[in-house]
Design a protein around this ligand. Structure first.
Ligand code: ATP
Ligand code: MG
Length: 397
């Protein structure tokens, strides 16, 4: 029996004029993500995307990958058969046999987009319900909360039989909202921020600050592995690493300790912004959450944002740590995030950071530094790595 995956669009079908662009992005994304699984034919009809294996391609793996593509609201894995009621009934009996045996209740939903099919949806549902009740006499019909929702879709090319739609990744196709630069550490929060903004259709350039020799190559490799997990959703990613040790040493030597973190964060913003512009990004993204640490109070965020010349998105701002951890586990990043590698933020932590900084004082404290030269030096030292879904090895010495 031939199986296929049907992927249904969500919000994007509401977006009128953008629809054609969205659909073509989605088709391209599906092709790219399934490519390494063999020969899948990917096409669309009636706002639904089809992924059809040419032979014995791994359809479980394809389903899992498609389940991580933003812009797809629901998925079903269906048996394909000719548009003939007797064949449809046999297909339903056989294809859903396991699920129907294990179920106590079921219902039949039918959708007929090919109006030349001689039965309407009500008739299909009624007739097929009768066939299934006699084939599986232990079953009862429950139209509100069935264990199995036997679904028949009569479409242009064929009839499709499945056991109900499953939720997809939701959101908007990556890149249809534009591009932003994500400030990415090796922690729990920023990978979740990446996931959330990619879900809203942003493509991401990732900026990571490294402070060798205080931070190791292993720490950087950890960030790459984290990004690989994110790339299962966000697609291919580029990570730009910017050297940060000299800046941190300068701040440590020449600025008051209580402002250390804030001044450092303002440098991060300035550098990330320079990289963002080069990469055609129109916003910055961070993993900050209100009140989580001293640098994430309203006053501290105001001081950081004072150097930002583009919108700064903080998708986790209203989330509790426990909610962030749940999201992190969901995207399979948590195990890597908690590996105990150093981050440049943890290298020189002040003992008593201020929680209510005043912008004028922070500006005065950092004015002893040659800010432009330090930013320039870091930007001159950046290097880029490419991260693709499924990558397990990174070229670290
Ligand atoms: P995370 O779990 O993402 O590390 P956090 O709770 O540890 O966040 P901070 O260390 O204060 O908080 O960092 C706040 C945000 O600053 C991070 O979410 C990230 O966006 C950015 N950031 C922190 N460290 C780095 C880094 N080394 N490189 C790039 N961005 C960073
Ligand atoms: Mg951190």
């Amino acid at each position: 029996m031939k199986e296929i995956i049907l992927a249904y669009q969500g919000e994007m079908s509401l977006k009128g004029l953008n629809r054609a662009t969205f659909e073509s992005v989605l088709l391209k994304t599906m092709r790219r993500r399934l490519k390494s699984l063999g020969n899948f034919k990917i096409y669309k009809a009636q706002s639904t995307m089809y992924a059809e294996p040419a032979g014995d391609e791994d359809i479980d793996a394809a389903e899992e990958r498609i389940g991580k593509i933003f812009g797809i609201a629901a998925i079903s894995r269906a048996a394909v058969c000719p548009k003939d009621f007797a064949v449809i009934a046999d297909t339903a009996k056989e294809y859903l046999c396991g699920a129907l045996r294990a179920a106590k209740t079921f219902k039949v939903s039918a959708k007929r987009s090919d109006k030349t099919f001689p039965m309407d949806s009500m008739e299909i549902a009624r007739e097929l319900g009768g066939v299934l009740l006699s084939a599986y006499p232990h079953l009862k019909v429950d139209v509100h909360h069935p264990d199995v929702n036997v679904t028949v879709e009569i479409r242009d090319f064929a009839a499709y039989v499945h056991g109900g739609k499953k939720p997809g990744a939701g959101g908007l196709p990556v890149s249809t909202s534009g591009k932003a630069a994500l400030m990415l550490s090796g922690g729990i929060d920023s990978p979740v921020a990446a996931y959330m903004m990619a879900k809203r259709g942003l493509s991401l350039a990732c900026v990571h600050f490294a402070s060798p020799p205080y931070t190791s190559l292993r720490a950087e490799e950890k960030v790459c592995r984290l990004l690989e997990r994110v790339s299962a959703y966000a697609g291919r990613l580029y990570m730009v690493t910017a050297p940060f040790s000299h800046i941190q040493e300068e701040i440590r030597e020449r600025c008051p300790e209580e402002y250390f973190t804030l001044i450092m964060r303002r440098f991060m913003m300035r550098i990330a912004q320079r990289i963002a512009r080069r990469q055609n990004c129109s916003a910055l993204v961070t993993g900050e959450s209100l009140g989580q640490v001293a640098s994430q109070t309203i006053q501290a965020i105001a001081c950081t944002d004072a150097v930002a010349e583009m919108p700064v998105f903080r998708p986790l701002i209203g989330m509790d740590k426990s909610e962030i951890v749940l999201a992190s586990r969901k995207i399979d990043a948590f195990d890597i995030s908690i590996e105990p590698y150093e981050d440049c933020c943890t290298v020189f932590t002040p003992r008593h950071p201020t929680t209510r900084p005043e912008l004028a004082k922070v500006e005065e404290a950092e004015s002893v530094l040659d800010i432009d030269a330090l930013v320039e030096e870091s930007v001159q030292g950046i290097y880029t790595r490419k991260i693709v879904p499924g990558q397990t090895e990174f070229d670290f010495a």
